[in-house]
Structures are given as C-alpha cells and as structure tokens.
Design a binder for this molecule. Structure first.
Ligand SMILES: NC(=O)c1ccc[n+]([C@@H]2O[C@H](COP(=O)([O-])OP(=O)(O)OC[C@H]3O[C@@H](n4cnc5c(N)ncnc54)[C@H](OP(=O)(O)O)[C@@H]3O)[C@@H](O)[C@H]2O)c1
Length: 333
C-alpha cells in the first residue's frame, strides 16, 4: 500500500521551522494494515528531532518517519487477533496508513470514552507523577507549572480529585490563566510572564506549597523552592523552559543544595506507560469523568497529514491548550 508520511529534511538545532519537514510517499506492508484516524502531538517529540538528542532513545533521522502515538482503524488483517474495523493504538507516527505485525497494535474499546481521542492524552504520565510520585492527598497545597499543557492540564485536575486543598497553576497567557480557573477548576493561576514565580506563589499560597509538579524548570522551579514548606515533595516531570529553546543545557540538574536546605524532596521521574500505569490512569479517568469531576482538556486540529508539522510548531509556540492531536479526514466510502 502506498501512503504519505512526514519525514525530517534535517535534524533540528535551535528552533524547528516548517522547512525541517517534508511529505514523503512510501510503501507499507504487514500482517495488519491500519488507516490513521488521529495523531497525538507532544512537546517531547522535539527532542527526538535533534541531532544531539539528550534522551536515551534513538533520534529520528532525515528519511525516517517521525511521530509516536496514533489511533487508527484496521482496514486489512491477516491476524486472528484483529478484525477490519477495530480501533487500535500504536506508535506508528505521522503517516496516513501504517502496517505491521498485529502485536504492534493495541486494540481499544471504542465505547470506553466519549471520544476515541481521549486515548491519546498524557494521562499515564500525569497520573503516575501526581498520585504515585508526589503521592498527593488531602491537605496538600499543589503548584503545577505548564498547567495548560498536555501533562499539566491533567495533573492539576488529578490533584484536585485526589483531595488537594488548593491547586495553583501557571501558564503563558491571560487566556490560559482564565481557562485554568474557569474550565479546569484550578483554585488560582498566574501568567508566568507576570512577575516572579516566588512572589506570585507567596501571594496565592501564603501558607506555602507542599507539592510541586514541574514540567517547566528554570525560574519556576527556583520560585517554587522559595515558596515550599519544609517537607514539600517536588515531582520533576519536564523542563519546557530550556528544552524548547535549544538551550545548551536542555535538561539542567535541579538545584539540590537549595532543596536540601529547605527540606524539599526532589522526585525526578520518567513514566514508561507500562500496562499497569495505563490501566491505573484509565480506571481513575473513567470514574472521575463519570462523576462529573473531570474534563478532558484537548485541542483537536482538523487536517490532513501535510498539516501535522504546522500543528506541531503551533503546539511548541503555545497556541494550543491541553492535549493536542490532529484528526485526519474520514475517507468517503
Ligand atoms: N517525565 C516523563 O515521563 C514525561 C512524560 C511526558 C512528557 N514529559 C515532559 O513534560 C513536559 C510537558 O510535556 P507536554 O507534552 O505537557 O508539553 P506541552 O505543555 O504540551 O508543551 C507545549 C507548551 O509548552 C509551553 N511553553 C513553551 N515555551 C515555554 C517556556 N519557555 N516556558 C514555559 N512553558 C513554555 C507552552 O505553554 P504556555 O503558553 O503556557 O507557555 C506550550 O503550550 C515536557 O518537558 C516533556 O518532555 C515528561
């Protein structure tokens, strides 16, 4: 089967542009053939596009398809495990069709969520970080950086569902601050361009924070340290402030000495989306949705495969909120 996919023209140094991507025509073949319905996007993918990729997985090279999580529909199957019409999730990336062994696709229950796109969210990471790493419970005062992004928009809601007393978020614009408070149920939020994080937290959490869920690092990490109660737990998830700009040190070591002096426990973590982590997230997510305590924060961009790179650049630029995906046109039968 001939399909169209997105490849890199060159590995990225500094900030990516639309010229780093091209639409290529390739052939796919395998036990199962799947039409891609929706493609998940995440800021982390930028690292895999860099020539000096700093995370321990093989980086994408020019001539290779890019992208990770997708959901799609089986259109041909030579396997007893999957049937035509099944909804599946895979790591097959930015292409119109993919093919491979049945074992490389995970069958999804179409009826589990109101929208199949919910499967593409960053929930396992947000749930693992908030419930298992930070171990948030009743009485916690929680600060989430990058709170309107893919992970952060779920993390704050998870903290609230786990019983946190107060949840505070930061984001990059007044509209996003409004979104956090009025749509995602944050108790308070601030624009990180608007003064120092330490000052904003002193004002919004005068009693100090007991948990910090950090996806941004840098100034917001330093500010959170100054606002931390003794014994606070910092779940360190990401480093958007250095990661996206192509800084020399994209994943700088957190300031351990200052944390020790304040009695703060630093908890860097990596979520590997193990079956247990996915199941734990899905069960809680479904329960909380059913109880009306949770909304799924997402931006769905309608477009074809050629629109995916531009949507990815818009995500990096802060144009979207929540979990971002591109929904491909449904073929006319
Ligand atoms: N530890 C793990 O297992 C794990 C798993 C998944 C992801 N991660 C990491 O978690 C972090 C968040 O991932 P995500 O997918 O949720 O990303 P994301 O929030 O969707 O990333 C896009 C957002 O980044 C924000 N941003 C851009 N430049 C920024 C800057 N200089 N300072 C602060 N924010 C900036 C923008 O929001 P604003 O408009 O609000 O600035 C933009 O909307 C990433 O660092 C990622 O690598 C870690």
């Amino acid at each position: 089967m001939i399909t169209r996919e997105i490849q890199l023209t060159a590995q990225v140094t500094g900030s990516p542009t639309i010229d780093h991507f091209t639409v290529a025509t390739t052939e796919v073949d395998g036990e199962v053939l799947v039409r891609t319905d929706q493609i998940g996007l995440a800021a982390t993918y930028l690292e895999l596009m860099r020539a000096d990729c700093a995370i321990p997985v093989p980086a994408w090279r020019p001539g290779q398809r890019v992208g990770v999580a997708t959901i799609g529909t089986v259109v041909r199957s030579d396997s007893p495990d999957l049937e035509v019409g099944d909804l599946v999730q895979s790591m097959t990336g930015w292409s119109e069709y993919s093919a491979g062994p049945a074992g490389s696709y995970v069958k999804l229950d179409r009826t589990l969520f109101a929208d199949p796109g919910y499967h593409l969210g960053q929930g396992p990471t947000a749930y693992h970080g908030m419930a298992e790493v930070a171990a948030v419970s009743a009485g916690d005062v929680v600060f989430v950086s990058g709170a309107a992004g893919g992970v952060g928009s779920l993390a704050g809601q998870i903290a609230r569902c786990l019983g946190a007393t107060r949840v505070i978020g930061s984001a990059g614009s007044p509209a996003k601050v409004d979104y956090l408070v009025n749509e995602l149920g944050y108790d308070a939020a601030f624009d990180y361009h608007d003064g120092s994080t330490a000052d904003r937290l002193r004002e919004l959490a005068p009693e100090g924070i007991s948990v910090f869920f950090d996806v941004v690092g840098g100034e917001q990490y330093q500010g959170a340290l100054q606002a931390a109660r003794p014994g606070a737990r910092f779940a360190l998830c990401g480093s958007l402030s250095t990661q996206l700009g192509g800084a020399a040190q994209r994943f700088p070591q957190p300031d351990r000495t200052a944390a020790d002096a304040r009695g703060v426990t630093l908890l860097p973590f990596s979520c590997h989306h193990t079956p247990d982590q996915i199941t734990a997230w899905r069960e809680h997510f479904r329960t909380w949705l059913g109880e009306g305590r949770f909304v799924y924060p997402q931006t769905v961009v309608e477009g074809g495969i050629e629109d995916v790179p531009r949507a990815f650049l818009s995500l990096l630029g802060g144009s979207y909120r929540g979990n971002v995906s591109v929904r491909m046109p449904t073929p006319v039968s």
